[in-house]
Design a protein. Structure first.
Length: 310
């Protein structure tokens, strides 16, 4: 059995590495499980990040994450590129188990496992991510000035993304598989009143076209099966997110959408000594800087919790 650590961090996106940096600088020697194939988190899959403060000319997503990783390591964070496959957070000493079956123990745990955007599951979707295909209007809208854009989805997020994108775009087509929207009435009214927004009702994306960049879509009518071409150079997919809380669902309180509940503005979860930060908690902002911000809060909350134990 391993020694009891002060703090274990599960997850290595902006929230996890920031929590690692702060707890390492507080001499807590954090042990960080980064994930086996997705170490570095969501920004490892993107190109230019232009809205993380401190980088005047922007920075590539993987470079930003390498910098965060290196900064945490410099102060003594111990980083392990492995997944945690089970946890027991109920006792005073928490345990987490890695893929080799090794059990690690700590007085505090910070959960920063992020959330996964839902995909359409089409060929080319991943290959053209950052090359016309996006999951975040706030992040990428600026790159689409005067483009023709499609937004897929019919909920609040999709309509919010579409109205935001219409500031930049030449046109925005909302592609929705039904003939009415799920979004709130106020959102719908805004979208219907926007002259740049039009609707492809009863439609789904059948194919995504393009070699180096998105060049267009084929839509399929969900009632008739008929196909049609939609010549767009931007595709924003807003069909939902799945917070990565599977491991915690029987031990930590989650909200109705599966996000980790915290006692905001603190990062305390429903279990003493367990803290949550980043996109696994947040279904509102979902930005690298907000994830880093709450990662900092979680580290400070954990630090104070540990100090009170001493
Ligand atoms: P994530 O970055 O998702 O990291 C979660 C981490 O947890 C991963 O490393 C994963 O490996 C790990 N993990 C999960 N489960 C386990 C487990 N069981 N064991 C161990 N580790 C585990 N935001 C911006 O501000 N600007 C942008 O330009 C921008 N562009 C984006 C482009 C794309 C394509 C995407 C998908 C997102 C973009 N975002 C952008 C959003 C931003 O990436 C997220 O808001 C941010 O990464 C959330 O950080 P996080 O630390 O909460 O989670």
């Amino acid at each position: 059995m391993s020694d009891v650590r002060n703090v274990i961090i599960i997850g290595s996106g902006p929230a996890g590495y920031t929590a690692a940096l702060y707890t390492a600088r507080a001499s807590l020697k954090p042990l960080v499980f980064e994930g086996a194939v997705t170490a570095g988190g969501a920004l490892m899959n993107t190109t230019e990040v232009e809205n993380f403060p401190g980088f005047q000319d922007g920075i590539m997503g993987p470079d930003l994450m390498d910098n965060m990783r290196g900064q945490a390591e410099r102060f003594g964070a111990e980083l392990v590129p492995d997944d945690i496959v089970s946890v027991d957070l109920t006792g005073e000493i928490k345990t987490v188990t890695d893929t080799a079956g090794t059990v690690h123990r700590a007085k505090a745990v910070i959960v920063t496992t992020g959330s996964q955007h839902r995909k359409l599951g089409l060929p080319n979707e991943d290959a053209l991510s950052g090359r016309g295909v996006s999951w975040c209007a706030t992040c990428d809208g600026f790159f689409f000035k005067d483009h023709d854009i499609a937004v897929v989805g019919g909920g609040d997020t999709a309509i919010e993304e579409a109205t935001f994108l219409s500031r930049f775009a030449k046109s925005v087509t909302i592609v929705h598989r039904r003939d009415s929207l799920r979004a709130s009435k106020a959102m719908q009214d805004r979208a219907f009143a926007d002259p740049k927004i039009s609707f492809a009702w009863d439609s789904e994306v059948a194919e995504i076209h393009g070699e180096q960049k998105l060049s267009g879509l084929t839509l399929r009518n969900t009632k008739t099966g008929e196909t049609s071409a939609l010549p767009v150079t931007g595709l924003f997919i807003a069909v939902g997110h799945d917070p990565r809380t599977e491991l915690f669902k029987d031990q930590l309180e989650l909200d109705e959408e599966g996000y980790l509940k915290v006692d905001a503005p603190s990062t305390r979860t429903s279990v003493t000594g367990v803290f949550g930060a980043g996109d696994v908690v947040d279904h509102t902002y979902r930005q690298a800087i907000t994830a880093a911000g709450t990662g900092c809060s979680a580290a400070l909350d954990a630090e104070r919790f540990l100090a009170a134990l001493a």
